[in-house]
Design a protein around this ligand. Structure first.
Ligand code: 7TS
Length: 416
């Protein structure tokens, strides 16, 4: 596949071959083969500009933030707060007071469960879906154990779509929060998030969107979504690990009790009483991941430069093309066949354990993830232990897909 043809086929202005060269890690051989990295849903790769931004920060500007009067502390603070503003613009939030840096999606959801959750009591209900990653299940189960709240679950059908009629029936006067993913990490299903949010909102129920698998693949506008919380991770969108974001509507966040206590989240401390800092610092106790935020800011600049709409269009083309190619492989069953999908193809190959498949593919330079993908209820729905999952990013090319197809055909010959 030559890059000119791909560019023409894509019609998006993106040249994936050229973009691939922005990612130093993709230039290597793995087990004697060109690397076909098809595991971006687990973690995406970083372009050189992100790596350089982090190195530059440590080489020139590092000091602690919000504390020192000296030059380096000012520079570090400006860069850290500059990254917060980049995040605000990227998700179209109204104010940086609504942007809380966290370790990732998991910590963002735990923050809501442990802070907002303090205001819930026995008998209150939280609605999640059968599609959720464990990060959007377990914090609520832990809260349920502590407080006696009840978890209600929107079921999926055999295509991997949410059953919205059941959702409508689950909503009631005890529902305090609806917390649902925008894109399933295990199946790739894009959920009808606008409809889900609107139904909750019309009843005055708070909403949280797990955006971990959506934000790398499409433009996000939290004001248009009109959600109360939006959680995502830097490492899935070409940023560093250990940094993520909780967007929280200011009118909701301002009344939430603090969660972690410590430095930076307080205004005054004495043994007769402590007063808390303003938003968003009240929710950022301790020295934050400064380099991580700066790296995330650089990733946002990079993605903005490509254009999220162009990324979405290109990835949709690649997803459809890859799905058709995989359908030609004898004995391959796709798991998750919703018409609206993003970035993920889950499948099993007759008679071959997903882990064995992953190992054979790795020997051919093809990196995919196998197993339950931290979404065990989804696997339970389909009565399977796990799947093989190829996940896509804009730096993937048709050549990556051909390499996957060739390796699967080999696996089928060896073990099928
Ligand atoms: N929510 C979704 C939808 C996810 O896909 C993930 C991670 C998380 C939450 C948790 O994100 P973290 O950055 O806090 O770990 N998903 C995956 C995956 O699919 N394979 O590895 C991690």
């Amino acid at each position: 596949m030559n890059s000119a043809a791909e560019k023409q086929a894509a019609g998006t202005g993106l040249d994936p071959e050229k973009l691939r060269a922005d990612f130093p890690i993709l230039a290597q051989q793995v087990n004697g083969h060109r690397l076909a990295y098809l595991d971006s849903a687990a973690s995406a790769q970083r372009p050189r500009v992100v790596i350089d931004a982090i190195s530059h920060y440590y080489e020139h500007d590092h000091a602690n933030v919000h504390r020192g009067v000296h030059t380096l502390s000012h520079r570090a603070t400006d860069a850290y707060e500059g990254a917060r503003e980049k995040v605000r613009q990227f998700i179209k939030a109204g104010s940086t007071r609504e942007i809380v840096f966290t370790r990732g999606t998991t910590e963002a959801i735990n923050l809501v469960a442990n802070s907002l959750g303090q205001t819930f009591s026995a008998g209150d209900e939280i609605i999640v879906s059968e599609l959720e990653h464990h990060a959007n299940i377990v914090p609520w189960q832990m809260l349920a154990e502590r407080t006696g709240i009840r978890l209600r679950v929107i079921p999926i059908n055999d295509a991997g779509e949410l059953q919205l009629d059941v959702y409508q029936d689950l909503l009631n006067e005890r529902t305090r929060l609806v917390s649902v993913t925008q894109v399933s990490n295990a199946l790739g299903t894009v959920t009808p998030i606008q409809e889900i949010l609107a139904a909750a909102r019309s009843r005055g129920i708070l909403t949280l969107v797990d955006g971990a698998q959506a934000i790398p693949h499409q433009p996000i506008d939290v004001q248009a979504l009109d959600c109360d919380f939006y959680a995502f991770s830097g490492h899935k969108m070409c940023g560093p690990t250990g940094i993520g974001v909780l967007y929280a509507r200011e009118s909701v966040l301002k009344d939430m009790p603090p969660w972690q206590g410590g430095g930076d989240m307080i205004l005054t401390v004495s043994f007769t009483g402590t007063t808390y800092n303003e938003l968003p610092y009240r929710f950022e106790a301790g020295t934050p991941n400064i380099a991580g935020a700066i790296g995330l800011g650089a990733a946002i600049d990079y993605l903005d430069g490509l254009g999220m709409a162009a990324i979405a269009e290109y990835e949709q083309q690649l997803l459809h093309w890859a799905t058709e190619r995989l359908r030609t492989i004898p004995g391959l069953q796709l798991v998750g066949t919703a018409p609206s999908k993003a970035g993920v193809i889950s499948f099993n190959l007759d008679g071959i354990h997903a882990h064995d498949l992953g190992t054979i593919l790795d020997h051919q330079g093809v990196a995919i993830r196998t197993g339950h993908h931290c979404a065990m209820p989804v696997m339970e729905h389909f009565g399977i232990a796990g799947t093989a999952r190829a996940s896509l990013a804009f730096y993937n090319t048709r050549e990556d897909i051909e390499q996957l197809v060739t390796a699967l055909e080999l696996a089928h010959k060896m073990l099928g």
